[in-house]
Design a protein around this ligand. Structure first.
Ligand SMILES: [Zn+2]
Length: 163
């Protein structure tokens, strides 16, 4: 497994709509393993393939203390509630912002074997699912920040979970 370098804005790969995974071959398996390794190396809570320079619809999420979630071709199928959250992204280093997210989401996706899965997330998991699926659509959390006052610089030691 390899720790990949994280692409940061204004890298154009972060602005592309990522391609659907159609064949789950060994290169996709390697990508998944590298993404997990990279996410752990930088203590991230989630990572989307465009963040390591691969424009494919693959995301991994690991909420502290819980099992890693691997998502191929994830789609949000239902959302509920709205709240304001603070968020930070590995691809926007040194900043965090406040934005509105859904309280819970239901997602359908495929696992690494290609089997259809559905999951419901609330709280940090819901936030991570929305954040990573946004990445697959070329959207970065700062796009949801309503005004510049709601985006601020943070010192490395004051960082919150990054996605
Ligand atoms: Zn991010």
């Amino acid at each position: 497994m390899t720790v990949c370098s994280i692409r940061v804005l204004p890298d154009s790969v972060l602005r592309q709509k990522a391609k659907k995974v159609t064949s789950i071959d060994s290169s996709v398996q390697r990508l998944i393993d590298d993404m997990i390794e990279t996410m752990r190396a930088v203590s991230g809570v989630g990572l989307a393939a465009p963040q390591v320079g691969v424009s494919l619809r693959v995301a991994v999420i690991e909420i502290p203390g819980e099992e890693v979630i691997i998502l191929l071709n994830p789609e949000i199928v239902k959302v509920g509630g709205k709240y304001l959250v603070e968020e930070a992204c590995l691809s926007v280093p040194g900043y965090q912002g406040e934005l509105e997210r859904s309280v819970w989401v239901k997602v359908k996706a495929q696992d690494r074997q290609g089997k259809s899965i559905r999951l419901k997330g609330e709280g940090l998991l819901a936030q991570a699912l929305q954040h990573e699926i946004d990445h697959l659509n070329g959207i970065v959390y700062i796009d949801h920040v309503q005004n510049p006052d709601k985006l601020w610089e943070v010192l490395p030691e004051a960082r919150r979970e990054e996605l």
